[in-house]
Design a protein around this ligand. Structure first.
Ligand code: AOF
Ligand code: ZN
Length: 366
């Protein structure tokens, strides 16, 4: 006999298959169960398309009457791009609705649940709530802060180095870890690097997964003095949008040359000798960018860290030791004097990719 958690887990699995494909919307899964039989399943596939519940009810048809609906996010109560799911749930005459988490969208925020209760439907909220919140961490963050979710990703050796003292870094990690990074790039709206990385590595910052129907995230370069070479790979490849973030003092003649290459500019003020990253994130969000993968280097990582703007860390560690004192490390910036002044993270998950490991971490709360 399956229980509420089993069905909710199925709904969460359905949702997670659309990870990165529904932005700016959340990922949502729904399962309808009647007398122990699954009569409908659905997931939200893409913004603008029907919500998970709609697909599940279409599949269930008449069987939905008297059934239980499991849904990973509270059914919506508003007219957005699609009509309210709570209304559909009421009309379908299900007798019970199990919800993993309340919708953090201020347009909904509990109203969907109230509508169902008002219609005399039994509602249980909070089944696998932590998993559901984690799965939609990007969406939850967007709704609360109105800023993109920032993921700091880097690959380092066992002795914490990003490259040798000569700057050589191809490759720190093996095939499997690098393939995972390409999957990741495929799920985010934007990839961000500092101009130092463009100068050192000349990356094109596109994903290799396009044959599988992937997308190329927007490329963002932090460049306060417009040092990005006009002939760099990023500007030679047009399959992804490119944004340069610089200051209002930027030379307008030079800006025009970049714009001719298809670059879009975001201008921000300066803080602590660097670009105002908070201001940049607000502007990116207004352009529809809901998450950003920060791919370094050390100075950029340190600026995000100092500003308290990293929401998640993905750290790849290779079983290799470089030694020496002069190699680049993931966070440069300022020194701290004592251990109690260290910035702390919480390790959440450790996975192996070939010979390497990936640590998923979050800023330590409290
Ligand atoms: C989804 N998929 O399965 C559910 C959502 O613009 P709309 O009409 O698509 O509404 C988007 C909002 O609807 C979204 O921000 C969230 O609050 C709510 N629920 N959204 O994209 C779904 N159930
Ligand atoms: Zn809905």
């Amino acid at each position: 006999m399956k229980n509420d958690q089993d069905y909710m887990r199925l709904a969460l699995d359905l949702a997670s298959s659309a990870k990165g494909k529904t932005n700016p919307n959340p990922i949502v899964g729904a399962v309808i169960v009647k007398d122990g039989v699954i009569v409908g399943t659905g997931l939200h596939r893409k913004a603008g398309e029907p919500h998970a519940e709609v697909h599940a009810f279409n599949m269930a048809g008449e069987h939905a009457k008297g059934a239980t609906l499991y849904v990973t996010l509270e059914p919506c109560s508003h007219y957005g791009k699609t009509p309210p799911c709570a209304k559909l749930v009421k009309e379908s005459e299900v007798s019970r609705v199990v919800v993993a988490m309340q919708d953090p969208n201020p347009e909904v925020a509990g109203r969907g649940i109230k509508m169902l209760l008002g219609a005399g439907i039994e509602v249980d909220v909070g089944v696998l709530e932590d998993e559901a919140k984690r799965l939609n961490e990007r969406f939850v963050h967007n709704m609360i802060t109105e800023r993109p979710f920032v993921i700091s990703k880097f690959a380092m050796t066992l002795d914490g180095k990003l490259a040798t003292h000569t700057g050589h870094s191809k490759w720190i990690t093996g095939e499997a870890a690098r393939a995972d990074v390409h999957l990741l790039r495929n799920e985010v709206d934007a990839i961000l690097v500092g101009v130092g990385t463009v100068l050192a590595d000349n990356p094109s910052l596109t994903t290799r997964l396009l044959e599988g129907g992937g997308k190329n995230p927007t490329r963002i370069i932090l460049d306060s003095h417009l040092r990005t070479p006009l002939e760099s790979n990023v500007l030679q490849t047009s399959e992804a949008d490119t944004i340069i973030v610089t200051t209002i003092d930027a030379d307008s003649e030079l800006v025009r040359l970049y714009e001719e290459k298809g670059v879009t500019f975001i201008y921000v003020s300066r803080v602590d000798n660097g670009l105002n990253l908070q201001e940049m994130l607000v502007k990116l969000y207004k352009r529809g960018i809901t998450d950003v993968l920060v791919e370094g280097g050390g100075a950029v990582n340190a600026s995000f860290l100092k500003a308290g703007l990293i929401d998640k860390y993905l750290i790849y560690i290779a079983p290799k030791v470089l030694g020496g004192r002069n190699s680049l490390t993931p966070f440069t910036g300022e020194n701290v004097d004592t251990m109690d002044a260290a910035m702390q993270v919480s390790f959440e998950e450790i996975e192996k990719f070939g010979e390497d490991i990936r640590i998923t971490a979050y800023p330590k709360q409290g």
